[in-house]
Write a protein that binds this ligand. Structure first.
Ligand SMILES: Cc1cc2nc3c(=O)[nH]c(=O)nc-3n(C[C@H](O)[C@H](O)[C@H](O)COP(=O)(O)OP(=O)(O)OC[C@H]3O[C@@H](n4cnc5c(N)ncnc54)[C@H](O)[C@@H]3O)c2cc1C
Length: 406
């Protein structure tokens, strides 16, 4: 078979068969993975995810459909916690990263849906009670409802401890007032994990997490926010929005911890999604430079092109190592691993952006033409360096842990 493939390479290289093989995501052959990770990678690969170039004009419909499809295909299992030997809920971060990398390779919108079902339900299994898990977490993990996580405000994004949305106790309820912005799924989510100031102490220690149903009186959804690459995003306003005190998740005053514990898990997976996008861009580029003739030879034979391919490969593989090292360490030590997660997010998103930028360059004019996968990825990868903590914030987490000031 090897002989046949080598013999037929010139023909196959020009054909869709060869391209289809190049354009398929594969799990890294590294010792970070157990047999169940290999099996899960096959499950995720088998899901017939809608391909790139799928720029949604109806986010609500598309995201709901994707959530149901992912549940049916077993992909949503990536954000489903399981009980460990001590009886505590635990999420397998390597499975989460495998799913995000594989899905983002093919569709960034599908990756957004997967990520948000995870981020929007983690507070329940990390800090919530059984009733909240039954009512909110389980339907979302079955793909029946859409979750959202509302932390950012017009006046505080990176500076999470300074949020000003207030929650004031009134009998058996809390009354919410304030504004959130840049919230994924805001326009159509069924419920929101909301961080609001309850004032037990100044700053980070005076924040509480709530679950707010989309139907709550006084919750107003602002117009969707349009991004450079389409993403379901919007703002929320709370005007005397009343929620029962039973909607508090965990302890009052513990909201900052809820957010940071969630980030300790999901930041690594942002790096994974970014390398999924970068891996796709590299594969698209390899197919392109093998097909294109430049100065009388295959473009891939030009030394300048080869060094770019080397740069892209080095960026991609070192990023993937940072991602799966962080995931493996989190899974196997059970510790917070904030520094490792921040490194994975930083290296994953920064390197992926460079890989995709190089891909656009090697495609030339075609690389900036609408309809080209690398052009789409160029726009889609950019927010990964900003959301869930901008790159500068990740560096602060890393430095503070090294300096022992955290
Ligand atoms: C696609 C997308 C989806 C999002 N989804 C959600 C969501 O679902 N829920 C949610 O709550 N939020 C969400 N966000 C918001 C996101 O988390 C914030 O945009 C992010 O935390 C940065 O906050 P900011 O935009 O207010 O920027 P600012 O806090 O104003 O920061 C601006 C820039 O300053 C720099 N900077 C920040 N801090 C420092 C520092 N200490 N030192 C040096 N430089 C610094 C960084 O470069 C940063 O990008 C989303 C954003 C995007 C783009």
């Amino acid at each position: 078979l090897t002989f046949f493939v080598e013999w037929a390479k010139p023909v196959l290289m020009m054909s869709d068969v060869w391209k289809a093989d190049l354009m398929s995501w594969k799990l890294w052959e590294w010792p970070f993975f157990d047999a169940h990770h290999q099996a899960f990678a096959r499950t995720v690969s088998a899901w017939n995810v809608p391909e790139h170039q799928h720029e949604s004009s109806d986010f609500e419909n598309d995201c709901r459909k994707l959530a149901r499809q992912m549940a049916d295909a077993g992909v949503l299992a990536a954000v489903q916690p399981a009980r460990d030997d001590a009886g505590d809920w635990k999420l397998d971060v390597r499975s989460l990263c495998i799913a995000r990398e594989a899905v983002a390779y093919r569709s960034v919108l599908a990756d957004t849906v997967l990520a948000m079902q995870g981020i929007g339900t983690a507070a329940f299994w990390l800090f919530g009670n059984e009733q909240q898990q039954e009512q909110f977490m389980k339907p979302a993990l079955r793909g029946e409802t859409i979750a959202a996580f509302a932390l950012t405000e017009p006046g505080s994004g990176s500076d999470v401890a300074n949020i000003t949305t207030r929650a004031e106790k009134s009998g058996n309820d809390y009354v919410l007032n304030g504004e959130k912005t840049l919230i994924s799924n805001a326009p159509f989510a069924d419920f929101y994990i909301l961080a609001a100031r309850t004032g037990e102490a100044p700053g980070a220690k005076g924040i509480t997490t709530f679950v707010v149903e989309a139907s709550a009186n006084g919750l107003i959804k602002d117009d969707p926010i349009e991004l450079m690459a389409p993403h379901p995003l919007g703002g929320l306003r709370f005007e005397n929005c009343r929620v029962p005190a039973t909607n508090v998740i965990g302890n009052t005053g513990g909201g900052f911890r809820v957010a940071m514990t969630t980030f300790d898990i999901f930041r690594t997976s942002v790096g994974a999604a970014a390398i999924g996008m970068a891996g796709r861009a590299l594969d698209e580029t390899l197919a392109h430079i093998r097909e294109r003739t430049l100065f009388g030879q295959q473009m891939s034979q030009l030394p300048g092109v080869q060094t770019k391919i080397a740069d892209m490969t080095i960026d991609l593989e070192t990023a993937a190592l940072a991602v799966y090292r962080a995931a493996w360490e989190k899974d196997t030590t059970g510790k917070r691993c904030s520094r490792q997660a921040s490194m994975a997010k930083y290296v994953g998103s920064e390197h992926a952006s460079r890989v995709i930028d190089n891909a656009v360059q090697l495609f030339g004019g075609a690389g900036v033409t609408r309809g080209n996968v690398v052009e789409q990825l160029y726009r889609e990868v950019r927010p990964t360096r900003i959301y869930e903590g901008a790159s500068e914030v990740q560096k602060l987490v890393i430095a503070r842990e090294i300096l022992g000031s955290n």
